[in-house]
Ligand binder design. Structure first.
Ligand code: ADP
Ligand code: ASP
Ligand code: MG
Length: 405
């Protein structure tokens, strides 16, 4: 007998037929004598619609009410799955975040889980009851419902698996594992049997939305055996594991892209000590995160600084900078939302030279201009024009020898 957490994403619970299929899958584990907690997302498309209603009603909305509205999708699926399980004769009960409770911090819309009380769920396991938990939601210190950021049900599942000391956390989704690149864009992408926590963390934070970044952080911290697999076909998925479990280390194991960033160039900044602090200070004060940064060589005592922020923050960032334009004395501000960040990732990079060079050469051969570059020990990222996303991903995938046979 094992204790398992199974998570089903939006496409897996998209309608009543699929919810019934999920119930059959859960029943299999319960019949095998396992203690099972299921975490569900809202039906596909529902969260987007709820977010749309909130933003339509008010652009600068109250984050607490945003959470009240957008958390509701998961409540519906949790109830429906509990009913579907009961129809199959399985003892099942639904749980909202506040009922367990899943305690979070107070950052509405993007809360972090702080503690999960597992007492009630463990009592119910002893009564052979399956727990169906609404993902994506928790309870804040203000006693109100919080949500964990888009894609947050993955984090609910991994956090619950860690708290319950579960043997495994299975993330069921619409692809049968983690691929070398998004299989919807690169048809030749290869499924990985295993990927390290570290690489998965980079892939997720660099845009591969197959797992929410925070869920991988938690899986890594608490060593949760996490598997990504298909809810439609019955075969093993991708295991996220420690580095020493991987025998053959590829130099580059994956390529990710992120269309959620925008570029800002500040033209003609007087090049003197303290100017970078003066630019990035107001952004930090407005809680705007800056990602990639490049400063040009100075000419005539002036320089250009280019950096990226989340697309959602672009308007606020330009407004904050215009406020300090006179004080800083720069000439112009050029916002550009039509960019994409493309990254190659691999732990093998630590011991192999030439990875970045191959990336630059491949993009140059396709006539793609690189606007900003950033690197870390196990990744190289470049910013390019959005229109070249597909071309760049496919060319890099081939260049790094990742194409499926
Ligand atoms: P769910 O609703 O089940 O949480 P998501 O849409 O959040 O599913 O995540 C699955 C999607 O992630 C896939 O449909 C795929 O397009 C995308 N994806 C991006 N990068 C990758 C990758 N490297 N491997 C697998 N899927 C990826
Ligand atoms: N339903 C939420 C979303 O769409 C959470 C999730 O699916 O993980 O972001
Ligand atoms: Mg998801």
């Amino acid at each position: 007998m094992a204790r398992l957490v199974l998570k089903f994403g939006g496409s897996s619970v998209a309608d009543m037929v699929r919810i019934r299929q999920v119930a059959l899958r859960v029943k299999r584990e319960a019949d095998a004598g396992h203690e099972v907690a299921v975490v569900v997302s809202a039906m596909a498309g529902v969260t987007n619609q709820l977010v749309g209603w909130v933003t339509d009603s008010c652009r600068l909305h109250d984050a607490r009410e945003y959470d009240t509205v957008v958390s509701s999708g998961e409540q519906v699926t949790a109830g429906l799955l509990a009913l579907a399980l009961q129809n199959l004769g399985v003892n099942a009960r639904s749980w909202m975040g506040w009922q367990i409770p899943v305690k979070t911090d107070s950052v509405h819309g993007k809360a972090r889980i702080q503690d999960i009380d597992t007492k009630i769920l463990i009592e119910r396991f002893a009564q052979k009851q399956v727990a169906v938990v609404a993902g994506f939601q928790g309870l804040g210190p203000d006693n109100r419902v919080t949500t964990l950021g888009r894609g947050g049900s993955d984090t609910s599942a991994v956090a619950l698996a860690a708290a319950l000391n579960a043997e495994r956390c299975d993330i069921f989704t619409d692809v049968d594992g983690v691929y070398t690149c998004d299989p919807r864009i690169v048809a030749k992408a290869r499924k990985l049997a295993k990927i390290t926590y570290e690489e998965m963390l980079e892939m997720a934070s660099l845009g591969a939305k197959v797992l929410q970044t925070r869920s991988v952080e938690l899986a890594m911290k608490y060593r949760v055996r996490t598997q990504v697999l298909s809810s439609f076909v019955d075969k093993p998925g991708t295991l996220v594991v420690d580095e020493d479990e991987i025998v053959e280390k590829e130099t580059v194991s994956g390529i990710a892209y992120n269309r959620d960033e925008a570029k800002i160039t500040i033209v003609g900044v007087p090049d003197r000590p303290g100017v970078a602090a003066a630019i990035f200070g107001p952004l930090a004060q407005s809680a705007i995160n800056v990602d990639m940064i490049v400063q040009n060589v100075s000419a005539d005592g002036h320089t250009d600084i280019t950096f990226t922020v989340a697309k959602a923050d672009l308007d606020r960032a330009t407004a904050a900078l215009r406020d300090v334009q006179a004080k800083l004395g720069f000439k112009a501000l050029k916002p550009d939302p039509n960019v994409v960040k493309v990254s190659v990732i691999g732990v093998g990079m630590r011991s192999h030279a030439g990875v970045a060079q191959l990336m630059f050469k491949t993009l140059a051969e396709k006539g793609i201009n690189i606007q900003v570059i950033s690197t870390s020990e196990i990744k190289v990222s470049v910013l390019i024009a959005d229109e070249y996303t597909e071309l760049a991903l496919r060319a890099l995938h081939t260049a790094y020898d990742l194409d499926a046979a």
